[in-house]
Design a binder for this molecule. Sequence first.
Ligand SMILES: O=C(O)c1cc(C(=O)O)oc(=O)c1
Length: 304
Amino acid sequence: MTSTKTSGWLDWYQGPAKPRFQLPAGAVDAHCHVFGPGAEFPFAPERKYTPCDAGKRELYALRDHLGFARNVIVQATCHGADNRAMVDACLASNGRARGVATVRRDIGDEELQRLHDSGVRGVRFNFVKRLVDFTPKEELMEIAGRIATLGWHVVIYFEARDLPELRDFFTALPTIVVVDHMGRPDVGKPVDGPEFALFLAFMRDNANVWCKVSCPERLSVQGPPALDGEGRAYRDVAPFARRIVREFPDRVLWGTDWPHPNLTDHMPDDGLLVDFIPHIAPTPELQRKLLVDNPMRLYWPEEL
Ligand SMILES: O=C(O)c1cc(C(=O)O)oc(=O)c1
């Protein structure tokens, strides 16, 4: 089945640069997606956007080109709770990919175990209204209780302005909780301002909360974009990410977010995006924690 892409959809960047920043051995791209391909893995009827195809072959070619060793593939909302494309990609990775699924409350124990055996280690709860319909919190809490027994964690995606309302729910979750894209701070506001202070306090007060310092291309207001060889892209986002990495070096992850769903301004060159990393994790030790030690502890603990 082929479907028409959402109007204005930007496809992923072809022919990315080789990063100037040399990733440490064993680096993990801890946030990326696969889209279809739609003919093999149709997009979900309840989706809010229809993307281009971006399958496992392209993802693993990018992994090798950039110098990553492993991936964590996060279920994209365009596939709803149909995890087949993500699972297929994990199974094809020779153990080099783990997955984060979307599940509904009616999922059976056998299906959860099947996901685990495929490499899934977490579920994603999404609170970004343009991406998903509302799911009652008691349903999510029930799912969290069940996946906790498998040793999985919960990945949460929300907008900074919604944190005050969601915080009690997040702090009641019984697992490690990983925040996508820094909780989407408004980087037009000061890094020392009250909104970002609330996010830092949320991490400080809850030792089970981790954070992906990802998606500068999504959060940036002033750029410059990671295009045309730009070596210091998204300068306005760097202070926010750097603050989190410095204060919580053992609870941060990084990912490309390839194939970058729903960007409307430009599509970044993923090679230049990797060059953002040393600006937020300035020392080799911080880089090793961010890119190797932390993701390995969360996704491949049996190998440590
Ligand atoms: O901000 C977004 O549009 C976005 C969407 C998705 C998804 O559709 O799953 O995932 C992300 O990490 C980010």
